[in-house]
Design a protein around this ligand. Sequence first.
Ligand code: URA
Length: 200
Amino acid sequence: MIPEQPTLPGLKAAAAGCEACDLYKTGTQTVFGEGAVHAKVMFVGEQPGDREDVEGKPFVGPAGRLLDEALVAAGIDRTRVYITNAVKHFKWKPAGKRRLHQKPNAAEISACRPWLDAEISLIKPGILVLLGATAAQAMLGRDFRVSTQRGQFIERAGLPLMMATVHPSSILRAPDDESRELEMAAFIRDLQRLATRLKG
Ligand code: URA
């Protein structure tokens, strides 16, 4: 249940007991958003990964390290932004000794939506950055395509200004060094556009 007068610690504590979908049964813990309470920018990923599930913090694993690198390159200070996910439990299936990431489905995304809405209402960011298709489609609808609309600023009534870009994990999955470098450069360009907007 969302507290009536939410604070960030209050929301985090309430979300820790969330059973709105079945993912709490297999995730280690709820991984709530983290960052500056008056952040001008909120980044929204898909869901915590294996590392985040263990540490209880968003974007601290390999995708988080890549995001950190891109933020530094774009001149954005991570300590001044807020970072969260559309879904706050790690969804996975066993693959030998490993836990293999599974994409959250529409029911899981909408079960978790009240937490994201509460974070947006509390932080009141000027800009939401949607990392990858899950976050972008959760906020902008199923027809939204990151491939064709990335980097654009999008206005929707009742919501902060939004910009969608790729998910850092997609850069990690690039087939070779050359395409990884190209994809990283394009990701940094999107973040630089964001940095320019923040200054202006
Ligand atoms: N991928 C995400 O979408 N979120 C995280 O927190 C980590 C990896």
